[in-house]
Design a protein around this ligand. Structure first.
Ligand code: KIV
Length: 270
């Protein structure tokens, strides 16, 4: 039985909610096996897997395809599809149809939306229709061309605006809120003020849960933001394994006898 948004919410204030991104079936299976509560098919897909230098070019079709791969591999975690840039917010009908594709075609349990004043009513409408919505405030990478990747909520006014928007999204029915790259004390205040769980990334230890991009967490990325801790060295290990394969082929050491099959009857056929 997959985790529901209610099951995730029931951990609020009791135990930390764990969330990681995944973009493919193998990674999703490993993440799920480790008992992570929520798997986000983030639009960080653009940077991590698709080779773009921002999330802007990611399309609905790409997100549907990667979310479907993740959904097929997951038994327990809640799968959340990240709505890509301009797939929501400008037209309610298109937004809802795109979110519907994430759930109907790709098997997502919920969608995440980079939030702002323009997504409050949309969140309410989606929730009314049965689409669970995870809100996202603070650094919202789809606004890179306006804001860059700077920490957000760093002035009294900006922090107050963020709290107000957080409340509005909670009232609109969002089931949780990602807070990205905001001061830890602002994230703590917002967490205390809301009933829905906050999930932090670069937002300090007091959120109800934490999320990281899986490539960063396992040490596969070539660069990580200051708030990331690498829990593995996958990039180094993969690189060494690839080099070892190249050496073994070049030296003739691979494939060895145990990797080959000889059909005796065919000896001397020609
Ligand atoms: O796209 C993503 O991976 C995200 C997380 C960093 C929250 O939005």
């Amino acid at each position: 039985m997959p985790t529901t948004v209610r099951a995730v919410q029931s951990k609020t204030g009791e135990e930390p909610i764990t969330m990681l991104t995944a973009y493919d079936a193998v990674t999703a299976e490993l993440v799920d096996e480790q008992g992570i509560d929520v798997i986000l098919v983030g639009d960080s897909l653009g940077n991590t897997v698709l080779g773009y230098d921002s999330t802007i070019p990611v399309t609905v079709d790409q997100t549907v395809s990667h979310t479907a791969a993740v959904s097929r591999a997951v038994d327990d975690a809640l799968v959340v599809a990240d709505m890509p840039f301009l797939s929501y917010g400008h037209d309610d009908r298109a937004s809802i149809e795109n979110a519907g594709r994430m759930m109907k075609e790709a098997g997502a349990n919920a969608v995440k939306i980079e939030s702002g004043p323009h997504t409050v009513e949309l969140t309410e409408r989606m929730v009314q229709l049965g689409i669970p919505v995870m809100a996202h405030l603070g650094l919202t990478p789809q606004r890179v061309n306006q804001l860059g990747y700077a920490r957000q909520g760093t002035t009294e006014e900006a922090a107050a605006d963020m709290l107000e928007l957080a409340r509005e999204h909670e009232e609109a029915g969002a089931f949780s809120l990602v807070l990205e790259h905001v001061p830890a004390n602002v994230a703590r205040l917002i967490t205390e003020e809301l009933d829905i769980p906050t999930i932090g990334i670069g937002a300090g230890p007091d959120c109800d849960g934490q999320v990281l991009v899986v490539d960063d967490a396992v040490g596969l990325s070539d660069w990580t933001p200051s708030f990331v801790r690498e829990f593995g060295k996958l990039r180094e290990q993969m690189s060494e394994a690839i080099g070892a394969y190249r050496d073994a082929v070049e030296s003739g050491e691979f494939p060895a006898e145990e990797h080959s099959h000889v059909e005796e009857d065919l000896d001397g056929l020609y």
